[in-house]
Design a protein around this ligand. Structure first.
Ligand SMILES: C[S@@+](CC[C@H](N)C(=O)[O-])C[C@H]1O[C@@H](n2cnc3c(N)ncnc32)[C@H](O)[C@@H]1O
Length: 483
Protein backbone atom coordinates (compact mmCIF):
# COMPACT_ATOMS: atom_id res chain seq x y z
CA UNK A 1 0.00 0.00 0.00
CA UNK A 2 2.62 2.51 1.08
CA UNK A 3 4.91 1.31 -1.77
CA UNK A 4 2.14 2.22 -4.25
CA UNK A 5 1.58 5.61 -2.63
CA UNK A 6 5.32 6.28 -2.72
CA UNK A 7 5.55 5.39 -6.41
CA UNK A 8 2.54 7.60 -7.15
CA UNK A 9 3.98 10.49 -5.16
CA UNK A 10 7.25 10.28 -7.19
CA UNK A 11 5.19 10.17 -10.41
CA UNK A 12 3.27 13.32 -9.38
CA UNK A 13 6.52 15.04 -8.51
CA UNK A 14 8.08 14.17 -11.86
CA UNK A 15 5.06 15.63 -13.67
CA UNK A 16 5.16 18.79 -11.58
CA UNK A 17 1.99 18.05 -9.61
CA UNK A 18 3.44 19.18 -6.30
CA UNK A 19 0.19 19.47 -4.35
CA UNK A 20 -0.72 15.85 -5.06
CA UNK A 21 2.82 14.68 -4.28
CA UNK A 22 2.81 16.61 -0.99
CA UNK A 23 -0.68 15.19 -0.03
CA UNK A 24 0.51 11.61 -0.55
CA UNK A 25 3.76 12.28 1.30
CA UNK A 26 1.79 13.61 4.28
CA UNK A 27 -0.15 10.33 4.39
CA UNK A 28 3.11 8.38 4.23
CA UNK A 29 4.52 10.28 7.19
CA UNK A 30 1.88 8.52 9.32
CA UNK A 31 2.84 5.03 8.02
CA UNK A 32 4.73 2.70 10.38
CA UNK A 33 7.37 1.74 9.66
CA UNK A 34 8.20 4.93 7.74
CA UNK A 35 9.07 4.08 4.10
CA UNK A 36 12.87 4.20 3.62
CA UNK A 37 12.61 6.55 0.63
CA UNK A 38 10.32 9.07 2.41
CA UNK A 39 13.05 11.62 3.37
CA UNK A 40 14.24 11.57 -0.24
CA UNK A 41 10.68 12.21 -1.47
CA UNK A 42 10.14 15.02 1.07
CA UNK A 43 13.53 16.52 0.17
CA UNK A 44 12.73 16.53 -3.54
CA UNK A 45 9.33 18.12 -2.92
CA UNK A 46 10.92 20.85 -0.79
CA UNK A 47 13.57 21.41 -3.51
CA UNK A 48 10.84 21.73 -6.15
CA UNK A 49 9.06 24.24 -3.90
CA UNK A 50 12.27 26.28 -3.58
CA UNK A 51 12.66 25.58 0.16
CA UNK A 52 16.38 24.95 0.39
CA UNK A 53 16.76 24.57 4.15
CA UNK A 54 13.87 22.13 4.51
CA UNK A 55 15.13 20.18 1.49
CA UNK A 56 18.64 19.98 2.95
CA UNK A 57 17.35 18.57 6.24
CA UNK A 58 15.34 15.80 4.57
CA UNK A 59 18.07 15.03 2.04
CA UNK A 60 20.74 14.78 4.72
CA UNK A 61 18.51 12.14 6.36
CA UNK A 62 18.09 10.41 3.00
CA UNK A 63 21.89 10.35 2.45
CA UNK A 64 22.44 8.90 5.93
CA UNK A 65 19.81 6.26 5.30
CA UNK A 66 21.33 5.07 2.00
CA UNK A 67 25.06 5.82 2.23
CA UNK A 68 26.72 6.02 -1.18
CA UNK A 69 23.43 6.39 -3.09
CA UNK A 70 23.87 8.93 -5.87
CA UNK A 71 20.39 10.53 -6.29
CA UNK A 72 20.05 11.81 -2.68
CA UNK A 73 23.64 13.13 -2.75
CA UNK A 74 22.96 15.03 -5.99
CA UNK A 75 19.72 16.43 -4.59
CA UNK A 76 21.53 17.39 -1.35
CA UNK A 77 24.17 19.31 -3.33
CA UNK A 78 21.35 21.14 -5.15
CA UNK A 79 19.71 22.03 -1.84
CA UNK A 80 22.98 23.71 -0.77
CA UNK A 81 23.14 25.68 -4.02
CA UNK A 82 19.53 26.72 -3.53
CA UNK A 83 20.47 28.18 -0.14
CA UNK A 84 23.45 29.91 -1.76
CA UNK A 85 25.83 27.98 0.50
CA UNK A 86 28.63 27.86 -2.04
CA UNK A 87 31.32 26.13 0.01
CA UNK A 88 28.91 23.44 1.26
CA UNK A 89 27.53 22.92 -2.24
CA UNK A 90 31.03 22.52 -3.69
CA UNK A 91 32.02 20.00 -1.09
CA UNK A 92 28.76 18.07 -1.64
CA UNK A 93 29.45 17.93 -5.40
CA UNK A 94 33.01 16.77 -4.73
CA UNK A 95 31.77 13.95 -2.49
CA UNK A 96 29.23 12.99 -5.12
CA UNK A 97 31.78 13.02 -7.95
CA UNK A 98 34.28 10.98 -5.98
CA UNK A 99 31.61 8.27 -5.88
CA UNK A 100 30.31 8.84 -9.41
CA UNK A 101 33.08 10.29 -11.58
CA UNK A 102 31.05 9.63 -14.74
CA UNK A 103 28.07 11.69 -13.65
CA UNK A 104 28.12 14.46 -16.27
CA UNK A 105 25.32 16.43 -14.63
CA UNK A 106 27.35 16.56 -11.40
CA UNK A 107 30.38 18.05 -13.19
CA UNK A 108 28.11 20.40 -15.07
CA UNK A 109 26.42 21.73 -11.95
CA UNK A 110 29.75 22.05 -10.10
CA UNK A 111 31.09 24.01 -13.09
CA UNK A 112 28.07 26.33 -13.01
CA UNK A 113 28.80 27.06 -9.36
CA UNK A 114 32.45 27.78 -10.15
CA UNK A 115 31.56 29.91 -13.16
CA UNK A 116 29.67 32.21 -10.82
CA UNK A 117 32.40 32.27 -8.16
CA UNK A 118 35.70 32.05 -10.07
CA UNK A 119 35.87 31.45 -13.81
CA UNK A 120 39.33 29.94 -13.58
CA UNK A 121 38.23 27.16 -11.24
CA UNK A 122 35.42 26.17 -13.62
CA UNK A 123 37.94 24.75 -16.10
CA UNK A 124 38.44 21.35 -14.45
CA UNK A 125 34.77 20.44 -13.92
CA UNK A 126 33.93 21.71 -17.41
CA UNK A 127 36.66 19.61 -18.95
CA UNK A 128 35.36 16.55 -17.11
CA UNK A 129 31.79 17.32 -18.24
CA UNK A 130 32.80 17.83 -21.91
CA UNK A 131 34.67 14.54 -21.88
CA UNK A 132 31.44 12.85 -20.84
CA UNK A 133 29.23 14.94 -23.14
CA UNK A 134 31.48 15.77 -26.10
CA UNK A 135 28.60 16.98 -28.29
CA UNK A 136 27.27 19.60 -25.83
CA UNK A 137 27.84 23.02 -27.45
CA UNK A 138 27.01 25.10 -24.34
CA UNK A 139 29.54 23.19 -22.27
CA UNK A 140 32.24 23.70 -24.93
CA UNK A 141 31.51 27.40 -25.01
CA UNK A 142 31.80 27.64 -21.21
CA UNK A 143 35.00 25.59 -21.31
CA UNK A 144 36.36 28.21 -23.70
CA UNK A 145 35.45 30.97 -21.23
CA UNK A 146 37.21 29.16 -18.39
CA UNK A 147 40.28 28.50 -20.58
CA UNK A 148 40.41 32.19 -21.44
CA UNK A 149 40.20 33.13 -17.77
CA UNK A 150 43.25 30.90 -17.26
CA UNK A 151 45.09 32.78 -19.99
CA UNK A 152 44.99 29.86 -22.45
CA UNK A 153 43.67 31.64 -25.55
CA UNK A 154 44.38 28.75 -27.93
CA UNK A 155 42.30 26.26 -25.93
CA UNK A 156 39.64 28.95 -25.54
CA UNK A 157 39.46 29.51 -29.28
CA UNK A 158 39.41 25.78 -30.10
CA UNK A 159 36.45 25.32 -27.75
CA UNK A 160 34.50 28.31 -29.08
CA UNK A 161 34.99 26.95 -32.61
CA UNK A 162 33.92 23.47 -31.53
CA UNK A 163 30.79 24.95 -29.92
CA UNK A 164 29.98 26.84 -33.12
CA UNK A 165 30.36 23.68 -35.19
CA UNK A 166 28.27 21.66 -32.77
CA UNK A 167 25.39 24.14 -32.70
CA UNK A 168 25.57 27.10 -35.07
CA UNK A 169 22.20 28.38 -33.80
CA UNK A 170 23.68 29.54 -30.46
CA UNK A 171 24.70 33.20 -30.16
CA UNK A 172 27.05 32.84 -27.16
CA UNK A 173 29.90 30.89 -28.81
CA UNK A 174 30.08 33.48 -31.61
CA UNK A 175 30.03 36.34 -29.09
CA UNK A 176 32.68 34.65 -26.95
CA UNK A 177 34.87 34.07 -29.96
CA UNK A 178 34.43 37.68 -31.14
CA UNK A 179 35.55 38.93 -27.71
CA UNK A 180 38.58 36.64 -27.81
CA UNK A 181 39.59 37.72 -31.33
CA UNK A 182 39.23 41.37 -30.36
CA UNK A 183 41.36 40.75 -27.30
CA UNK A 184 44.02 39.28 -29.61
CA UNK A 185 43.77 42.32 -31.92
CA UNK A 186 42.33 40.15 -34.70
CA UNK A 187 39.29 41.02 -36.89
CA UNK A 188 36.15 40.11 -34.93
CA UNK A 189 33.36 41.68 -36.98
CA UNK A 190 32.13 38.50 -38.71
CA UNK A 191 31.70 36.58 -35.44
CA UNK A 192 30.16 39.57 -33.66
CA UNK A 193 27.65 40.04 -36.51
CA UNK A 194 26.61 36.38 -36.35
CA UNK A 195 25.99 36.63 -32.60
CA UNK A 196 24.04 39.84 -33.19
CA UNK A 197 21.85 38.28 -35.91
CA UNK A 198 20.95 35.38 -33.61
CA UNK A 199 20.38 37.46 -30.50
CA UNK A 200 20.29 41.26 -30.93
CA UNK A 201 20.45 42.05 -27.21
CA UNK A 202 22.51 44.66 -25.32
CA UNK A 203 25.56 42.39 -24.97
CA UNK A 204 25.55 41.75 -28.74
CA UNK A 205 25.30 45.49 -29.45
CA UNK A 206 28.34 46.05 -27.23
CA UNK A 207 30.35 43.23 -28.78
CA UNK A 208 29.51 44.26 -32.34
CA UNK A 209 30.22 47.92 -31.60
CA UNK A 210 33.67 47.02 -30.33
CA UNK A 211 34.40 45.08 -33.50
CA UNK A 212 33.49 48.05 -35.74
CA UNK A 213 35.08 51.42 -36.51
CA UNK A 214 34.06 54.21 -34.10
CA UNK A 215 31.55 55.85 -36.49
CA UNK A 216 29.66 52.59 -37.17
CA UNK A 217 29.89 51.60 -33.50
CA UNK A 218 28.15 54.67 -32.05
CA UNK A 219 24.56 53.54 -32.73
CA UNK A 220 25.26 50.12 -31.17
CA UNK A 221 26.69 51.65 -28.00
CA UNK A 222 23.78 54.13 -27.80
CA UNK A 223 21.28 51.30 -28.13
CA UNK A 224 23.11 49.26 -25.46
CA UNK A 225 23.04 52.31 -23.16
CA UNK A 226 19.26 52.55 -23.71
CA UNK A 227 18.81 48.84 -22.94
CA UNK A 228 21.10 48.91 -19.89
CA UNK A 229 20.40 52.28 -18.26
CA UNK A 230 22.03 51.33 -14.96
CA UNK A 231 25.36 50.32 -16.51
CA UNK A 232 28.25 52.62 -17.31
CA UNK A 233 30.11 50.46 -19.83
CA UNK A 234 27.97 51.41 -22.86
CA UNK A 235 28.30 55.11 -21.95
CA UNK A 236 32.06 54.70 -21.62
CA UNK A 237 32.32 52.99 -25.00
CA UNK A 238 30.17 55.71 -26.56
CA UNK A 239 32.40 58.42 -25.04
CA UNK A 240 35.55 56.68 -26.30
CA UNK A 241 34.13 56.37 -29.83
CA UNK A 242 33.18 60.09 -29.80
CA UNK A 243 36.67 61.00 -28.64
CA UNK A 244 38.22 58.97 -31.44
CA UNK A 245 35.94 60.81 -33.89
CA UNK A 246 37.20 64.11 -32.44
CA UNK A 247 33.69 65.01 -31.22
CA UNK A 248 35.29 66.33 -28.05
CA UNK A 249 32.37 68.17 -26.48
CA UNK A 250 29.99 65.24 -26.76
CA UNK A 251 32.69 62.92 -25.42
CA UNK A 252 33.36 65.29 -22.49
CA UNK A 253 29.65 65.41 -21.61
CA UNK A 254 29.56 61.62 -21.38
CA UNK A 255 32.82 61.39 -19.39
CA UNK A 256 31.33 63.89 -16.91
CA UNK A 257 28.14 61.83 -16.61
CA UNK A 258 30.25 58.74 -15.90
CA UNK A 259 32.26 60.58 -13.24
CA UNK A 260 29.08 61.87 -11.61
CA UNK A 261 27.70 58.37 -11.40
CA UNK A 262 30.97 56.72 -10.34
CA UNK A 263 33.08 59.22 -8.39
CA UNK A 264 35.69 56.51 -7.64
CA UNK A 265 36.18 56.40 -11.41
CA UNK A 266 36.74 52.76 -12.32
CA UNK A 267 36.74 53.59 -16.04
CA UNK A 268 39.32 56.37 -15.85
CA UNK A 269 36.92 59.07 -17.08
CA UNK A 270 38.89 61.69 -15.11
CA UNK A 271 42.05 60.93 -17.12
CA UNK A 272 40.11 60.91 -20.39
CA UNK A 273 38.49 64.23 -19.57
CA UNK A 274 41.84 65.76 -18.64
CA UNK A 275 43.29 64.43 -21.90
CA UNK A 276 40.54 66.21 -23.86
CA UNK A 277 41.31 69.62 -22.40
CA UNK A 278 45.09 69.21 -22.06
CA UNK A 279 45.05 69.22 -18.22
CA UNK A 280 47.43 67.13 -16.08
CA UNK A 281 45.66 65.35 -13.22
CA UNK A 282 47.55 64.38 -10.09
CA UNK A 283 47.35 60.66 -10.82
CA UNK A 284 45.24 57.90 -12.34
CA UNK A 285 42.27 57.09 -10.07
CA UNK A 286 43.06 54.19 -7.76
CA UNK A 287 39.82 52.43 -8.64
CA UNK A 288 40.75 52.70 -12.33
CA UNK A 289 44.23 51.17 -11.90
CA UNK A 290 42.72 48.46 -9.74
CA UNK A 291 39.99 47.61 -12.28
CA UNK A 292 42.45 47.77 -15.18
CA UNK A 293 44.92 45.35 -13.63
CA UNK A 294 42.35 43.06 -12.03
CA UNK A 295 41.07 42.52 -15.55
CA UNK A 296 44.52 42.30 -17.10
CA UNK A 297 46.14 40.10 -14.41
CA UNK A 298 45.67 36.70 -16.02
CA UNK A 299 47.16 37.68 -19.39
CA UNK A 300 49.64 40.24 -18.00
CA UNK A 301 52.87 38.27 -18.21
CA UNK A 302 52.09 36.61 -21.51
CA UNK A 303 51.29 40.00 -23.03
CA UNK A 304 54.09 41.98 -21.41
CA UNK A 305 56.91 39.51 -21.85
CA UNK A 306 55.75 38.31 -25.27
CA UNK A 307 54.13 41.03 -27.36
CA UNK A 308 55.58 44.01 -25.49
CA UNK A 309 59.07 42.58 -24.85
CA UNK A 310 59.07 44.12 -21.35
CA UNK A 311 62.47 44.47 -19.65
CA UNK A 312 61.84 46.85 -16.73
CA UNK A 313 63.20 44.56 -13.98
CA UNK A 314 66.33 43.62 -15.96
CA UNK A 315 67.06 47.30 -16.66
CA UNK A 316 66.76 48.18 -12.97
CA UNK A 317 68.92 45.20 -11.97
CA UNK A 318 71.56 46.25 -14.46
CA UNK A 319 71.56 49.82 -13.05
CA UNK A 320 71.94 48.55 -9.47
CA UNK A 321 74.82 46.33 -10.51
CA UNK A 322 76.63 49.14 -12.27
CA UNK A 323 76.37 51.23 -9.09
CA UNK A 324 77.80 48.36 -7.08
CA UNK A 325 74.56 47.94 -5.11
CA UNK A 326 74.59 44.25 -4.37
CA UNK A 327 72.69 43.92 -1.09
CA UNK A 328 71.52 42.16 0.91
CA UNK A 329 68.59 44.62 1.10
CA UNK A 330 65.26 45.09 2.77
CA UNK A 331 63.20 45.77 -0.34
CA UNK A 332 59.88 47.53 -0.96
CA UNK A 333 58.59 46.53 -4.42
CA UNK A 334 56.06 49.31 -5.15
CA UNK A 335 53.44 48.25 -7.71
CA UNK A 336 54.81 44.70 -7.64
CA UNK A 337 52.27 43.43 -10.19
CA UNK A 338 52.65 39.69 -10.69
CA UNK A 339 56.12 39.75 -9.10
CA UNK A 340 58.48 40.05 -12.09
CA UNK A 341 60.57 42.70 -10.30
CA UNK A 342 60.49 40.65 -7.10
CA UNK A 343 61.74 37.61 -8.98
CA UNK A 344 64.68 39.59 -10.35
CA UNK A 345 65.67 41.20 -7.00
CA UNK A 346 65.03 38.15 -4.82
CA UNK A 347 68.68 37.05 -4.83
CA UNK A 348 69.71 40.43 -3.32
CA UNK A 349 66.86 40.64 -0.79
CA UNK A 350 66.90 39.88 2.93
CA UNK A 351 63.28 40.89 3.20
CA UNK A 352 60.96 41.46 0.25
CA UNK A 353 57.67 43.35 0.58
CA UNK A 354 55.36 43.80 -2.42
CA UNK A 355 52.41 46.17 -2.67
CA UNK A 356 49.87 46.57 -5.44
CA UNK A 357 46.50 48.24 -5.91
CA UNK A 358 45.14 45.24 -7.79
CA UNK A 359 44.20 42.29 -5.59
CA UNK A 360 44.39 39.93 -8.58
CA UNK A 361 47.94 41.01 -9.45
CA UNK A 362 48.88 40.75 -5.76
CA UNK A 363 47.45 37.19 -5.66
CA UNK A 364 49.72 36.17 -8.54
CA UNK A 365 52.74 37.79 -6.87
CA UNK A 366 51.93 35.94 -3.64
CA UNK A 367 51.62 32.66 -5.54
CA UNK A 368 55.27 32.96 -6.61
CA UNK A 369 56.19 32.31 -2.99
CA UNK A 370 59.13 34.73 -3.05
CA UNK A 371 57.73 37.69 -1.09
CA UNK A 372 57.77 37.88 2.69
CA UNK A 373 54.53 39.83 2.38
CA UNK A 374 52.33 41.11 -0.44
CA UNK A 375 49.97 43.95 0.46
CA UNK A 376 46.98 45.21 -1.46
CA UNK A 377 46.97 48.99 -1.37
CA UNK A 378 48.56 52.19 -2.54
CA UNK A 379 52.34 52.28 -2.89
CA UNK A 380 52.53 55.62 -1.08
CA UNK A 381 51.75 53.87 2.22
CA UNK A 382 55.40 53.02 2.98
CA UNK A 383 56.74 52.69 6.53
CA UNK A 384 59.40 55.21 7.55
CA UNK A 385 63.10 54.28 7.57
CA UNK A 386 62.31 50.63 6.94
CA UNK A 387 64.02 49.82 3.62
CA UNK A 388 67.37 49.81 1.84
CA UNK A 389 65.77 49.68 -1.56
CA UNK A 390 62.48 51.02 -2.92
CA UNK A 391 61.68 49.77 -6.43
CA UNK A 392 59.03 50.88 -8.91
CA UNK A 393 59.32 49.15 -12.27
CA UNK A 394 56.89 50.62 -14.82
CA UNK A 395 54.58 51.90 -12.07
CA UNK A 396 55.10 55.66 -11.79
CA UNK A 397 53.47 55.92 -15.23
CA UNK A 398 50.22 56.07 -13.22
CA UNK A 399 51.31 59.13 -11.23
CA UNK A 400 51.54 62.68 -12.58
CA UNK A 401 53.78 64.96 -10.53
CA UNK A 402 56.38 62.80 -8.74
CA UNK A 403 57.13 65.04 -5.74
CA UNK A 404 54.92 63.10 -3.34
CA UNK A 405 56.20 59.63 -4.25
CA UNK A 406 59.84 60.78 -4.13
CA UNK A 407 59.24 62.21 -0.66
CA UNK A 408 57.54 59.00 0.50
CA UNK A 409 60.41 56.88 -0.87
CA UNK A 410 63.00 59.14 0.74
CA UNK A 411 61.26 58.79 4.11
CA UNK A 412 60.96 55.03 3.72
CA UNK A 413 64.68 54.61 3.01
CA UNK A 414 67.41 54.12 5.54
CA UNK A 415 70.64 56.15 5.12
CA UNK A 416 72.47 55.23 1.87
CA UNK A 417 69.33 53.44 0.63
CA UNK A 418 68.27 53.67 -3.04
CA UNK A 419 65.05 54.44 -4.92
CA UNK A 420 65.22 52.76 -8.34
CA UNK A 421 62.52 53.12 -10.97
CA UNK A 422 61.67 53.38 -14.64
CA UNK A 423 59.30 55.90 -16.23
CA UNK A 424 58.20 56.81 -19.74
CA UNK A 425 60.23 59.73 -21.06
CA UNK A 426 58.89 63.19 -21.88
CA UNK A 427 61.32 65.22 -24.00
CA UNK A 428 59.91 68.64 -23.14
CA UNK A 429 57.18 69.14 -20.56
CA UNK A 430 57.88 68.03 -16.99
CA UNK A 431 54.82 65.76 -16.94
CA UNK A 432 52.75 64.70 -19.95
CA UNK A 433 49.48 62.75 -20.00
CA UNK A 434 49.80 60.38 -22.96
CA UNK A 435 46.84 59.24 -25.13
CA UNK A 436 47.33 55.79 -23.55
CA UNK A 437 46.22 57.27 -20.19
CA UNK A 438 49.76 56.87 -18.79
CA UNK A 439 52.05 59.70 -17.75
CA UNK A 440 55.51 60.49 -19.11
CA UNK A 441 58.12 62.44 -17.13
CA UNK A 442 61.12 64.54 -18.14
CA UNK A 443 64.69 64.17 -16.86
CA UNK A 444 64.40 67.66 -15.35
CA UNK A 445 61.30 66.67 -13.42
CA UNK A 446 63.08 63.66 -11.97
CA UNK A 447 66.08 65.80 -10.95
CA UNK A 448 63.82 68.43 -9.35
CA UNK A 449 61.68 65.97 -7.43
CA UNK A 450 64.79 64.09 -6.23
CA UNK A 451 66.32 67.31 -4.93
CA UNK A 452 63.11 68.37 -3.21
CA UNK A 453 62.97 64.97 -1.49
CA UNK A 454 66.61 65.14 -0.35
CA UNK A 455 67.78 62.38 -2.71
CA UNK A 456 70.91 62.34 -4.91
CA UNK A 457 70.73 61.32 -8.55
CA UNK A 458 73.09 58.32 -8.86
CA UNK A 459 71.96 57.23 -12.32
CA UNK A 460 69.57 58.83 -14.82
CA UNK A 461 69.65 57.65 -18.40
CA UNK A 462 67.44 57.00 -21.40
CA UNK A 463 66.26 53.45 -21.81
CA UNK A 464 63.33 51.54 -23.18
CA UNK A 465 61.40 49.07 -21.05
CA UNK A 466 58.95 47.81 -23.66
CA UNK A 467 57.67 48.05 -27.22
CA UNK A 468 54.33 49.29 -28.41
CA UNK A 469 52.99 48.71 -31.94
CA UNK A 470 56.46 47.29 -32.62
CA UNK A 471 58.28 50.50 -31.66
CA UNK A 472 60.44 51.00 -28.57
CA UNK A 473 58.70 53.19 -25.96
CA UNK A 474 61.11 55.95 -24.83
CA UNK A 475 61.81 55.65 -21.13
CA UNK A 476 64.19 56.62 -18.34
CA UNK A 477 66.00 54.57 -15.75
CA UNK A 478 66.51 56.51 -12.54
CA UNK A 479 68.33 55.51 -9.35
CA UNK A 480 68.34 57.97 -6.47
CA UNK A 481 70.36 57.63 -3.27
CA UNK A 482 69.71 58.82 0.22
CA UNK A 483 72.69 60.35 2.10
C1 LIG B 1 52.92 47.73 -15.59
S1 LIG B 1 52.63 46.93 -14.06
C2 LIG B 1 54.29 46.62 -13.50
C3 LIG B 1 54.37 45.52 -12.48
C4 LIG B 1 55.75 45.15 -11.96
N1 LIG B 1 56.40 46.26 -11.27
C5 LIG B 1 56.63 44.63 -13.08
O1 LIG B 1 57.67 45.21 -13.34
O2 LIG B 1 56.25 43.62 -13.69
C6 LIG B 1 52.09 48.24 -13.03
C7 LIG B 1 51.56 47.75 -11.68
O3 LIG B 1 51.54 48.85 -10.79
C8 LIG B 1 50.35 48.79 -10.02
N2 LIG B 1 50.09 50.16 -9.54
C9 LIG B 1 49.90 51.27 -10.27
N3 LIG B 1 49.72 52.34 -9.47
C10 LIG B 1 49.84 51.88 -8.20
C11 LIG B 1 49.78 52.50 -6.91
N4 LIG B 1 49.56 53.81 -6.78
N5 LIG B 1 49.93 51.73 -5.83
C12 LIG B 1 50.17 50.39 -5.92
N6 LIG B 1 50.22 49.75 -7.12
C13 LIG B 1 50.07 50.48 -8.24
C14 LIG B 1 49.33 48.23 -10.97
O4 LIG B 1 48.22 47.68 -10.29
C15 LIG B 1 50.15 47.21 -11.73
O5 LIG B 1 50.12 45.95 -11.12
Amino acid sequence: MSADALAQAFAHLESGRLTEARRLARGLEQARPEPAALPYLLGLIALAEGQGKKAAQQLARACARTPGAIPPLLAFARSQTLQDRQAEAKSAYRRLLALAPDLAIGWQELAELQLRADLKLAFKPLRAATRLLPGHAGLRSNLGIAARANGDVMTADANFLAAILLDPSLAKPYANRAALLRHRHLPAEAEARRAFRISPDAASHIELGQALDPASALDHFAEAARLLPSQLEPLWLQAEALRQLDRKEQAATLYRQILDRDPEDRFGAGLALAGLVGAIPERAAKAHVEALYDQYAVSFEQNLLGELAYRGPQIIMDGLKRLGLTGPFDVYDAGCGTGLMGQAIKQLAKRLIGVDLSAKMADLARARGIYDEVRVGDLLAMERAAYDLVLAADVLIYLGDLHQVSRAASEALRPSGAFAFTVERSEEDAVVLLPSGRFAHSEDHLRQTAKAAGLQVALLEPTTTRREKDLPVPGLLCILRKQ
